[in-house]
Design a protein around this ligand. Structure first.
Ligand SMILES: [Mg+2]
Length: 194
């Protein structure tokens, strides 16, 4: 597979490196946000005084979830194999940076990532924008055709494709809803091991 030998691997966090626990509809309901729209996008559309209080509540919810994070099947083995063959590892999440680091720690995966290569919503426009992918590639001085983006949602795949990287969709359910944006589809990260 053409993506196997690539040296820059950028992962989504929730539902990709960790077992999915976020019930986004429940979070939307708790924050009184509309159904069917991204939480960050819905918050950004509110007047600032209304958004601020909900944003604080969102961070409380995310922190609670972070502490319960568990690694996805095959995550540690894959990251270990990539590290040993000298790949660069980055993480791009719609979560905040501090919460992403807490999530990695709780899931036992923090040792694989330099904190500077964990890109949260403070540092780049949220996926599906390719900004975070391009930021990591520019940090590494690497071209997009040496990069792979791995994620469980269409927004991860769209971001990777828009940046010019290869895209891998991980879907434990095997439904693979975004075939047009994925170069490769797997049900488990373990399938990506050499
Ligand atoms: Mg995800």
């Amino acid at each position: 597979m053409f993506w196997r030998e690539r040296r820059c691997w950028i992962f989504d966090l929730d539902g990709t490196l960790t077992v999915a626990v976020h019930d986004f509809d429940a979070i939307r309901a708790e924050l009184a946000l509309p159904v069917g729209r991204g939480i960050l996008e819905a918050l950004a559309a509110l007047p600032e005084h209304e958004a601020r209080e909900r944003f604080v509540r969102l961070e409380v919810i995310e922190r609670e979830l972070a502490l319960r994070a568990r690694p996805a099947d095959g995550a540690a083995d894959l990251l270990d194999a990539l590290t040993r063959r000298g790949a660069r590892l980055g993480l791009l999440t719609r979560n905040g940076h501090a919460i992403a680091l807490d999530t990695l720690s709780a899931a036992g995966l923090a040792r694989f990532f330099e904190p500077a290569h964990v890109i949260g919503r403070e540092a780049a426009a949220p996926k599906p924008s390719p900004e975070g992918v391009l930021l990591l590639l520019s940090t590494w001085g690497a071209p997009p055709d040496d990069a792979v983006v791995v994620g469980d949602h269409g927004s991860d795949l769209v971001a990777g494709r828009a940046a010019g990287a290869a895209t891998i969709h991980v879907d434990t359910a095997g439904a693979f809803r975004w075939p047009e944006h994925a170069d490769h589809c797997v049900r488990s990260l373990a399938e990506l091991l050499p």
